[in-house]
Design a protein around this ligand. Structure first.
Ligand code: FDA
Length: 454
C-alpha cells in the first residue's frame, strides 16, 4: 500500500485535469495526478498506426478557442492550417454528386435562402442564450422542452433546409439524433463556438491543427509532474468530508488531500464509489448527461490524389453514412490523409457490420466522394471511442432533453472538497479542448481562492 499526501489530487490526465494540475502547481500547491490509462491526453491521442501519425481523438482548433490557442503557444507548440484549396464535394440525397466552393452546400435557390434564414434566426437566439448560463434565458424552459428536430419542423416546411441546419449541430457537434436533445442545448453549443453560423463553417471550426499532434498539449503539461503523475491508476473510491479527501486507486495507491479535482467526463462519475454517497440531486443530474457517438475514420494514401483533381478533400453528405470528410494530411508530409466521420444512429449501424464489410462500405463511400483511388489506402483505422472503458462515446457529453434547465445551474458547482473540471461542463469551448482548458483553470482558481480565504 502506497499512501501519499498532497494539497490537491487530480483524477484524470486529459487536457482539463493537467491544466488544473499545472495551474495549482504554479500557485505553489503540491499535486498528484491519477490517470486510469497508460498514457496522458484522454480524448486527445496522437497514435502511430502502421507507421502513420493519426489523430485518434481531438485535433482541430478554431479562432474562437483562445484559451487552448494560448496554451498551445505557451507550451512552445505550433499550429498549421488544414488544406482547403479547391472544390468541395456534396453527395445529395438523390444520389447526385456535386462539386462546389464556399461554405454552403449546393441547394435550390429557395432552399439556400431558407437555410440562410434559419441560420440568421439561430444566430440571434444563440447570442441571446449565450454559452455560460443558458438556463437564465427568459424562454429557457420552453426551448429546453422542444427537441431540436421538432423546433425546426415548426420553423420551416423545407425538409432539405431543416436537414442541413440540423446536421451542423446534430451530426457534426453533439453527435446525437436531433430528436434527443433540446433546442436550448443546440443553441448553447452554437454560442459556445461563437455562433450557429460558425458551426456551419468548416473553415472556422476546423481551422488549425497542432504540428506533431494535439496529445502533445497534455504530454507537455504532464512533463513537470515527474513522480506525481500516476498512470495505470484508475480511481475506484473517494472518501470525502469538510476535512478533505482520501482517493483510492488501483495498485493499492491512496492519496490524501485537501481537495480533489475530478477531471473525468461526467458519465464516468458513477464508476467511482463516493463515501458518503453524492447527494440525491447529483445522482439524478449525472444520469441526464450522456455521450454522443461518432466514429472517426482515417485513410492514408501515398499521395493526396484529390488535390491534383482540384478537390480540397472536403465533402459532405446527408444520406451516405460517412457524412463529412476532410484532408487530414500531417504537416510537412507529401503523402495524403483523409479523415471521415460517421455520427449518431449511423455509427450504431456500422458497428452491426463485420469489420471487413464496414471497411468495404466506408471506403466505397470515400470513392463516391473522391474517386476510385480512395479504395485502397496504405493505412486504414477507425477511432472507436464508444469501446473505450475510460471514455465511452464521442465527442462529448451533453444534457438530455430538459436537463439544462433542470440541472444546469448546479452542474459545475463544487461539492464540498470535490471540484469538477471537464470540457463537457464548459460554457465557452463546450465539448472541445478549449473548454477543457477553461474548466481546468476555473477549478484551480476556485481552489486557490478558497485556500487564500482560509
Ligand atoms: P478527457 O476525456 O480528455 O480526459 C479525462 C481523463 O480521465 C482521461 O484520460 C481518462 O482516462 C481519465 N479517467 C476517466 N476515469 C478515470 C478514473 N476513474 N480514474 C482515473 N482517471 C480516469 N475537441 C477539439 O477541440 N477539437 C477536435 O477536433 C475534437 N475532435 C474530437 C474527436 C474525437 C474522436 C473525440 C473523442 C473528441 C474530440 N474532441 C475535439 C473533444 C476533446 O478531445 C475533448 O473535449 C477533450 O479531450 C476533453 O478533455 P478533458 O480533460 O475534459 O476529458
Amino acid at each position: 500500500m502506497s499512501v501519499i499526501t498532497r494539497d490537491v489530487v487530480v483524477v484524470g490526465a486529459g487536457p482539463s485535469g493537467l491544466t488544473a494540475a499545472a495551474e495549482l502547481r504554479k500557485a505553489g500547491l503540491s499535486v498528484a495526478v491519477l490517470e486510469a490509462r497508460d498514457r496522458v491526453g484522454g480524448r486527445t491521442w496522437t497514435g502511430d498506426i502502421d507507421g502513420a501519425m493519426i489523430e485518434i481523438g481531438g485535433q482541430w482548433l478554431s479562432p474562437h478557442h483562445t484559451a487552448a490557442l494560448e496554451l498551445v503557444a505557451e507550451l512552445g507548440l505550433e499550429t498549421f492550417s488544414r488544406y482547403r484549396d479547391g472544390r468541395s464535394v456534396y453527395l445529395a440525397a438523390d444520389g447526385v454528386r456535386h462539386e462546389f466552393t464556399g461554405d454552403v452546400f449546393p441547394a435550390p435557390e429557395a432552399t439556400a435562402k431558407e437555410i440562410d434564414r434559419l441560420l440568421a434566426l439561430l444566430d440571434e437566439l444563440a447570442a441571446e442564450v449565450g454559452a455560460e448560463e443558458p438556463w437564465t434565458h427568459p424562454n429557457a424552459e420552453e426551448l429546453d422542452a422542444i427537441p431540436f428536430s421538432i423546433w425546426l419542423e415548426r420553423q420551416s416546411d423545407d425538409e432539405y433546409a431543416r436537414e442541413t441546419v440540423s446536421f451542423y449541430v446534430s451530426g457534426a457537434m453533439l453527435t446525437k439524433p436531433a430528436h434527443t436533445f433540446s433546442t436550448l442545448q443546440a443553441l448553447q453549443m452554437a454560442a459556445a463556438q461563437s455562433s450557429f453560423t460558425a458551426l456551419a463553417t468548416d473553415t472556422f471550426m476546423l481551422d488549425k491543427r497542432v504540428i506533431g499532434g494535439m496529445q502533445q498539449v497534455s504530454q507537455r503539461l504532464a512533463a513537470g509532474l515527474g513522480d506525481d503523475l500516476h498512470l495505470n491508476s484508475p480511481v475506484r473510491r473517494i472518501e470525502w468530508s469538510d476535512a478533505g479527501v482520501t482517493v483510492f486507486a488501483d495498485g493499492e495507491l491512496r492519496v490524501r488531500a485537501e481537495r480533489v479535482v475530478l477531471a473525468v467526463p461526467p458519465n464516468l462519475y458513477s464508476t467511482i464509489s463516493f463515501d458518503p454517497p453524492m447527494p440525491r440531486r447529483r445522482h439524478q443530474m449525472y444520469q441526464h448527461m450522456s455521450f454522443g457517438f461518432v466514429v472517426k475514420v482515417h485513410a492514408v494514401y501515398s499521395t493526396p490524389f484529390w488535390r491534383a483533381k482540384g478537390l480540397s478533400g472536403t465533402g459532405f453528405s446527408d444520406t451516405d453514412f460517412v457524412s463529412e470528410i476532410y484532408d487530414n494530411t500531417n504537416h510537412g508530409m507529401d503523402n495524403g490523409a483523409l479523415v471521415g466521420f460517421i455520427a449518431g444512429a449511423q455509427a450504431d449501424a456500422v458497428f452491426e457490420m463485420s469489420p471487413e464489410d464496414r471497411r468495404r462500405a466506408i471506403l466505397a463511400c470515400l470513392v463516391k466522394y473522391l474517386g476510385p483511388e480512395a479504395a485502397n489506402p496504405e493505412v486504414y483505422y477507425e477511432s472507436d471511442w464508444g469501446a473505450e472503458e475510460w471514455t465511452r462515446g464521442a465527442y462529448g457529453v451533453s444534457f438530455d432533453l430538459g436537463g439544462l434547465t433542470r440541472y444546469g445551474r448546479d452542474h459545475r458547482e463544487p461539492l464540498g472538497p470535490i471540484h469538477f473540471a471537464c470540457s463537457d461542463l464548459a460554457g465557452h469551448g463546450f465539448q472541445h479542448v478549449d473548454g477543457a482548458v477553461r474548466m481546468g483553470k476555473r477549478a484551480a482558481a476556485a481552489i486557490v481562492s478558497q485556500r487564500t480565504l482560509v
